[in-house]
Design a protein around this ligand. Structure first.
Ligand SMILES: [Zn+2]
Length: 98
């Protein structure tokens, strides 16, 4: 008999313990211990923990994109101003002399 009943793989509230998550992750697809698989299919919290590897998530690392260089920023600013000026000139021509 090698039937797994959960045991130390489920905690008091019925969620997977780190050992349970390790067991699910170690098992081949479709062959995770049944009580664990049944709980996992119904518990988003355990699904997330299983996907994260059973370890508590550390602070999320965000890599910020580098700022554009000052020269490029100036070119963008000038292009923006030119577009606005062209728009205003066109608008004035379209509205016609009063
Ligand atoms: Zn759970």
């Amino acid at each position: 008999m090698s039937e797994t009943t959960g045991g130390d793989q489920l905690d008091a509230s019925g969620c997977l313990t780190p050992a349970g998550i390790a067991a699910v992750r170690a098992a081949p697809p479709g062959e995770a211990p049944e009580p664990l698989a049944r709980h996992l299919s119904a518990c988003p919290r355990c699904q997330e923990r299983a996907l994260a590897g059973g370890v508590p998530r550390g602070p999320r690392r965000t890599t910020r994109p580098p700022l554009p260089s000052p020269g490029r920023l100036l070119v963008l600013l000038l292009a923006l101003l030119a577009a606005m000026a062209a728009f205003l000139i066109t608008l004035r021509q379209l509205s016609g002399p009063r």
